[in-house]
Ligand binder design. Structure first.
Ligand SMILES: O=P(O)(O)OC[C@@]1(O)O[C@H](CO)[C@@H](O)[C@@H]1O
Length: 363
């Protein structure tokens, strides 16, 4: 039998690969993570409703401006994820947001998926739409200043979910997204989010996370995706919100690291967690515990938080012009804390003794 050696990612030149891996590494440079301010207008509506502010374009722009123009955020934030509307908005003095952010050394990203839709016949399981015309959209955003992009697929846990079919369907969609992005010079951020809805325990979430990630990396390999030029945006491994036992940050960290170690190739430069409805401090404490976890880890373990970076800023501002800078102070604080947490340096209680990590290898 003869063997033909095939190059991985044959569609990408040496220079294209270098460009992609350089972007990916800059996004997760030590002490840096990503601000996910890519909420759709509908999701932004929910956020603004929580502070009794009307959901219109100017209010969405003002809140994003508060975040992007906060002093010194380039020390803690390597990239900002935009939604289409924000991508073409400007600061009060007419500077395009994209240019403003890039001038501060922060990379610009774009949410490319067009949201979830049910998979017919699959009891409410979903896939994510937006692949039609994706190549042209990628090329346009790249010309307009983007260097990375994000695509979110969603899974829920029950006794018999996610199904093998939903895992396969979503892994294929993520593989197509990643390959198309890379052809167009964008680093794909691959986000297979497992929701926290449900009453499952930590071990069940770990098992499902491992199964989903194994499916995703099988397809990325089949599609010849250049892993050095990608980032993964997963959920942390946590119990369902209706589970009756409270796990410690060390338990969550060990379960998360174990799941990642079993499934994510070491060629991937960084893993940037979503916050998934955790409180701001929970997300930071868990991220810190993940980075302090005493098991071998090869990737940068950082953040791509939405709510866990923005909630206190949103409430501090609350739509009041006079609270503009309170919003910025609150955002700067969260960004700084998460910068420490992604280095394992966020110490909430200096009096406490050494953290106690159990082993989850048996699950
Ligand atoms: O879970 P979080 O950290 O708030 O947000 C994570 C995230 O992927 O989910 C949101 C909804 O799609 C996006 O805006 C954001 O990028």
């Amino acid at each position: 039998m003869s063997h033909v050696a095939m190059e991985k990612s044959p569609g990408l030149s040496h220079d294209q690969k270098l460009h992609l891996s350089d972007i990916a590494q800059r996004l997760v440079a030590t002490g840096k993570g990503i601000l996910a301010s890519d909420e759709s207008n509908a999701t932004m509506g929910k956020r603004l409703r929580s502070i009794n502010v009307e959901n219109h374009e100017e209010n969405r722009r003002t809140f994003r401006q508060i975040l992007f123009t906060t002093n010194d955020i380039n020390q803690w934030i390597g990239g900002i994820l935009f939604f289409h509307e924000t991508f073409y908005q400007q600061t009060d003095d007419g500077n395009p947001f994209v240019q403003f952010v890039k001038d501060r050394g922060i990379l610009v990203g774009i949410k490319l998926d067009k949201g979830t839709v049910p998979i017919p016949g699959m009891e409410g399981e979903t896939t994510t739409q937006g692949l039609d015309g994706l190549g042209e959209r990628c090329a346009q955003y790249k010309r307009d200043g983007a260097d990375f992009a994000k695509w979110r697929c969603v899974f829920r846990i029950s006794d018999h979910h996610p199904s093998a079919m939903a895992i396969c369907e979503n892994a294929c969609v993520l593989g197509s997204f990643a390959a198309i992005c890379q052809e167009n010079g964008l680093v794909p951020i691959i986000e297979p989010e497992i929701l926290t809805d449900g009453k499952h325990d930590l071990a069940r979430c770990q098992y499902v996370t491992e199964t989903v990630l194994a499916g995703v990396y099988k397809v990325l390999n089949d599609r010849h995706v250049y892993l050095e030029g990608t980032l993964l945006k997963p959920n942390m491994v946590t119990a369902g919100v209706c589970h009756n036992h409270l796990y410690s940050p060390e338990d969550i960290a060990m379960a998360t690291c174990t799941a990642l170690r079993r499934t994510v190739p070491i060629a991937v430069p960084g893993i940037v967690f979503l916050s998934g409805g955790q409180s701001e401090d929970e997300a930071s404490v868990n991220l810190n515990a993940i980075n302090s976890c005493p098991c071998p880890k090869v990737w940068k373990l950082s953040f791509s938080f939405g709510r866990a970076l923005q909630t206190s800023a949103l409430f501090a501002w609350s739509g009041r012009q006079e609270s503009y800078y309170d919003g910025q102070d609150a955002f700067a604080r969260r960004a700084q804390i998460n910068s420490l947490a992604c280095q394992g340096l966020y110490n909430t209680n200096p009096e406490s003794g050494p953290a106690h990590y159990h082993h989850y290898y048996m699950y």
